[in-house]
Ligand binder design. Sequence first.
Ligand code: ZN
Length: 312
Amino acid sequence: MSYPNEVTITEVCPRDGFQSLPDSIPTDEKIEIVNKLIDCNYKQIEITSFVHPKAIPQLKDATEVVQGIKRNNSVKLRALIPNLRGLDRAIVAGVDKVKLMLSASDSHSLNNANSKTFDAMKGFESLVKRASESTVIVSGSISVAFGCPYEGEVPIERLSAICERYIDLGILDLSLADTTGMANPFKVKQVIRVLREKYPQLKFSLHLHNTRGMAFANAVAGLEEGVTDFDSSVAGLGGCPYAPNASGNIASEDLIHGFEEMGINTGVDLDKLINIAKILEGKFPIQSDSFILKAGKCSDLHIAPKEQKKLG
Ligand code: ZN
């Protein structure tokens, strides 16, 4: 079994994490956290979502955050956009990349975007055209790709049809999201193997939620099928809208620590990241969820006890 030497981690806390918090974080605090994250050497950060401020008031300061942070040339800023208005705001704010929102199942799509999956995709054509007149790069996503909380199983044929539509639009960078933590390693391997074989021109990334504790196993399954791009959120910030007390995104420090232990380079400064996670855990103890914050790194050694302890 061989694993890649390096992977790319996209930090999604400023979008996925912040939008799930019950109260808005003051803009300057958000900017401070993002600046700290940039300092960890991430190659990409999902900075915000340009949705209607009434839909997600927690992200109403999207433009101010993008324009307030200290940027450098080595980090790309990606934002989620739901429509043309969102794209226009993202272009004006100055992000590098936008990610289109799309649900794999009609019922999830109706709930999220008020239209069925393929109807929602009809609107993508004008978005792609508008983006092509700017420097912003468009990527796609497929939410609930590994299972829908309303419909259950998402057939591979449906995922294939969505991929084909994205290819028609010229969008070749696709994020497969396990929005509600319904994936398992077998399913991840099966889906990615089929889609990569059918559509070698597509580049898949994985957005894994740890709702049922399977996210790291799913990430490794993705690795084994050739995926080298993953999303995660520092301190595991971000919940699951369908299970109020459940975990959201896999914690960045858990994913990065796990990969680094496997000898896979992420380029992210794990110690700096753990410090940010501790700050966020202190501020939002209910919303954060991370194994590394509880247990520390494998390399954090302990002094052996002088007396023998029988632990059974
Ligand atoms: Zn998410």
